[in-house]
Write a protein that binds this ligand. Structure first.
Ligand SMILES: C[S@@+](CC[C@H](N)C(=O)[O-])C[C@H]1O[C@@H](n2cnc3c(N)ncnc32)[C@H](O)[C@@H]1O
Length: 183
């Protein structure tokens, strides 16, 4: 696709939410409960989040944990906000304005103990999912952990009618004016 947003909705910026599922310690705890050997969270740890949104979770985790934190979001407003937060907190965090494809092709990133993506998989194209997997293939340490959330039924069933309603509104009332994803 040609435009920077690759068909992803960018008419407005994302919310300022915090999600504990992205915490390297929470990931470690969940894996440990299930009997898996989980990556340590210490000074040598490297963590990465794809699609950081406003970067609230990434910044809280960077400020509250040892190690280095990285992330990207192709929305310039999101990346700028995440960078501002990191500057204000002084945390060891580096945030980029790269698309997943660009990020996967960087040669200045370390190997990561954890790679996370929350609220992304269900919302991006197959092509972008391939770029995310390409990133994991290239940048996950042996023994590292990947966290991926996705929407499924029946959990999302109650919200589906609202989504349809908004889609109809966009299609009929505004003539499909907002830059929706194409599939
Ligand atoms: C639904 S939001 C989730 C944000 C954050 N992970 C959270 O849970 O709060 C999806 C984010 O992915 C970013 N995004 C979508 N496609 C992308 C791409 N191809 N490359 C980089 N970022 C992308 C969007 O800009 C948006 O901030």
């Amino acid at each position: 696709m040609n435009s920077w947003n690759e068909g992803y909705f960018t008419d407005s910026t994302y919310t300022f939410g915090y999600y504990r599922e992205l915490s390297p310690n929470f990931i470690r705890w969940c894996l440990t409960l299930k009997g898996f050997v989980a990556p340590e969270v210490d000074e040598n740890s490297r963590h990465c989040e794809l699609g950081i949104g406003q970067g609230v979770s990434a910044n809280i985790h960077a400020a509250a944990n040892p190690g280095k934190f990285f992330g990207t979001d192709f929305n310039p407003a999101h990346a700028a906000n995440a960078q501002e937060l990191a500057k204000a907190s002084g945390a060891d965090a580096k945030f980029f304005e790269d698309s997943f494809e660009e990020f996967a092709n960087r040669d200045d990133l370390p190997q990561f103990d954890t790679i996370s993506f929350h609220g992304i998989w269900s919302w991006v194209s197959d092509e972008n999912r391939r770029h995310m997997l390409d990133f994991v293939r290239k940048h996950l340490k042996s023994g590292g952990a990947v966290y991926c959330s996705y929407n499924c039924l029946p959990g999302w069933a109650p919200v589906a009618p609202m989504r349809e309603l908004l889609k109809l509104y966009d299609g009929y009332h505004t003539g499909g004016g907002c830059n929706r994803r194409t599939r």
